[in-house]
Design a protein around this ligand. Structure first.
Ligand SMILES: Cc1ncc(COP(=O)(O)O)c(C=O)c1O
Length: 344
């Protein structure tokens, strides 16, 4: 199967499996797992943040950040297709007592300008309006098609937010993809934000795990919330060992996934009925409209399985994601399948 549904589907590499088997472990609830500690220190060093904590999922990392930055009754300003708003249940309401204030990006890129954010803020206004507690950004932006938040835009948003005493959290589930595409370091992209979450288990290829980073006191408090949410794991070094391999080895090959995504987009653009601008595919996520093919997205995905290709349908669109288990030859197979499915 050529699995293009997500970059979460990668299987651990041989090096990861070896590292997992040989991992030195201890009880991480006591802070005694040397491999988890090494992963946390290394992530903090790479991101230039004071501290990091290993969490089981990206969702937990994001939700702990929201909990720590906000008070119940506040709003979280977020782009309307943001993962935190659309795919993390109603966790910000259930866990933090906050509600999202979704904002549409006028240019459709999913990347908000400061003006768009500012228009949605409630700071120091009427007492009967829920105040803004947090601005949540996403880089790269998953549901907008892997689009990019530049370093300068991040800096501008954070500077203006901080002038208003508002914290900024970055959902950087795929920040290494963003850094690769922008030719920036992850530290530069994350420097101005108050907290950042990134996933080891997406494009980086680890089987499990994400990291939340920020100031030391913030991460110490995050440890309590991780426990409260049931995320205090014991000999988690077995997982952290794979995470360390992912962190050290995968970033340098992400450009291959981006090249495969662009190749896929260019091929798709030639298929009648498919609407996609290949120039807009800058990372590993491709979302394209199939409404003019006359076949529903779900039906196309179902038929693609006969060609051993898996993709995800969303309304009139299909999402395909490249990752290290997808080769350039696999892209040829997927394109051949798409052509046949759509022209049948
Ligand atoms: C942008 C983004 N943020 C957060 C997450 C949540 O990660 P997890 O599935 O580990 O909870 C995802 C998962 O797909 C994502 O795409």
């Amino acid at each position: 199967m050529i699995d293009l549904r997500s970059d979460t589907v990668t299987k651990p590499t041989r090096a990861m499996r070896r590292a997992m088997a040989e991992a030195e472990v201890g009880d991480d609830v006591y802070g005694e797992d040397p491999t988890v500690n090494r992963l946390q220190e290394r992530a903090a060093e790479i991101f230039g943040k004071e501290a990091a904590i290993f969490v089981p999922t990206g969702s937990m990392g994001n939700q702990i950040a929201i909990k720590l930055h906000t008070r119940p009754g506040q709003e979280v300003v977020i782009e309307e297709r943001g993962h935190i708003f659309n795919f993390e249940m109603a966790a910000m309401a259930a866990v933090s007592g906050t509600i999202p204030r979704p904002v549409r990006s006028r240019d459709g890129s999913g990347i908000l300008t400061w003006d768009e954010i500012e228009a949605a803020l409630h700071v120091g206004g009427a007492y009967y309006v829920a105040p803004t507690g947090l601005i949540a950004l996403e880089n790269s932006h998953n549901l907008a098609g892997g689009t990019l938040l530049t370093r300068s835009r991040t800096e501008e948003i954070c500077e203006r937010a901080h002038e208003r005493k508002l914290p900024v959290h970055l959902d950087g589930a795929r920040i290494f993809n963003a850094a690769t595409a922008l030719a920036e370091s992850v530290a530069a992209l994350a420097r101005p934000v108050d907290s950042v979450m990134f996933c080891l288990s997406k494009a980086l290829g680890a089987p499990v795990g994400s990291m939340l980073l920020g100031e030391r006191a913030f991460i110490e408090e995050a440890r309590s919330w991780r426990k409260l949410l049931g995320g205090g794991m014991r000999q988690a070094g077995v997982l952290a060992a794979a995470g360390l391999v992912a962190l050290e080895e995968t970033p340098r090959r992400l450009h291959e996934d981006h090249a495969n995504a662009r190749k896929l987009a260019e091929g798709l653009a030639e298929i009648p009925g498919i609407k996609i601008d290949p120039e807009k595919i800058v990372t590993n996520i491709i979302i394209f409209d199939v409404s003019e093919t006359g076949i529903s997205a779900d039906e196309i995905c179902a038929r693609l399985q006969q060609y051993n290709v898996l993709a995800s349908g969303f309304g009139d669109s299909i999402r395909m994601v490249t990752h290290y288990d997808v080769s350039s030859d696999d892209i040829d197979v997927a394109l051949k399948g798409m052509k046949e499915v759509v022209s049948r």
